[in-house]
Design a protein. Structure first.
Length: 278
């Protein structure tokens, strides 16, 4: 009897250790608009450096602090990591530092508030990256497709569906309203299911409604390949460092795709952002 009890105790301890080792990383995805200069077609004009917006931003940071992430992943390429590390150190020494950029205004400030040692983690990827043979080959292929598309456009301009135009107007109207909203309300709006669906459609699948020049699949794929590489950078860092909680701070156009990728991984648990914003 004593032997069986000891065996059960040992087995329960082993199971407990195994279960602990299999604990999932919680990931909260926060879609953002770009505070500073951007080449994005969906631009928002908002002066985040004025005192009113800074007060609103502090409330947003307070809500995000309650989530208490151990990692903050941001929209900048890994070769810029050293730069953002230096900004993090500079901000610790000088709280008056001002940079009109969501990586700084949300990522760096939140990291400092949470007493991070090294600030934010850069995980972006751009289509013009040439860090490997595959990337170089893809850039060459992409350039050829763009030249071909340009030649087609002179003969027969691409036709877009009425849905693409309607969604584009909806996104544009919301972007016009964002500066009039409080910072928290703006982030609730752009992280809503409807907005994230609309911007995913505009950036990815709208090319496929008509596809008059038969290149729509390439351009949908071209935008998604960036999302795939971003996901790769995020998941590899998570698997390497095993944080209990992570925050992904990214342009709202990427959130739907990144969520689909991440929530399928057996090591990830998605945390809905409205739990902290509302």
């Amino acid at each position: 009897m004593k032997y069986s009890k000891v065996l059960l105790l040992i087995l329960s301890l082993i199971f407990s250790v195994y279960a602990t080792g299999q604990e999932k990383t919680k990931v909260l995805l926060l879609g953002t608009y770009h505070f500073g200069a951007t080449s994005d077609k969906n631009k928002v004009s908002d002066d985040v450096l004025n005192p009113k917006k800074q007060a609103e931003l502090n409330l947003l940071l307070k809500k995000l602090k309650a989530y208490n992430p151990e990692k903050i992943y941001v929209e900048n390429q890994p070769n810029r990591q050293q730069y953002w590390d230096s900004i993090f150190v500079a901000y610790q020494d000088d709280k008056a530092l001002k940079i009109k950029n969501e990586i700084f205004q949300i990522g760096i400030k939140l990291a400092e508030n949470l007493k991070f040692k090294t600030g934010v983690t850069c995980v972006d990827w751009q289509q013009d990256s040439e860090n490997s043979y595959n990337e170089k080959a893809y850039v060459e292929y992409r350039n050829k497709i763009n030249l071909y598309q340009n030649s087609l456009e002179t003969q027969k301009p691409s036709v877009f569906s009425i849905h693409d135009k309607q969604i584009g107007i909806k996104i544009q109207n919301i972007n016009i309203e964002i500066p009039k909203m409080t910072m928290v309300d703006a982030f609730i709006k752009i992280n809503s299911k409807s907005y994230l669906n609309n911007i995913f459609y505009a950036n990815i699948t709208s090319f496929l409604d008509i596809d008059s020049n038969q290149n729509g699949v390439f351009y949908a794929h071209d935008n998604m390949i960036r999302n795939t590489n971003i996901y790769k950078n995020i998941i590899q860092d998570i698997l390497k460092n095993n944080p209990k909680k992570a925050l992904v701070l990214y342009g709202a156009g990427h959130i739907r795709a990144l969520k689909d990728y991440l929530e399928c991984h057996p090591s990830i648990e998605i945390i809905e952002v409205d739990q902290y914003l509302n």
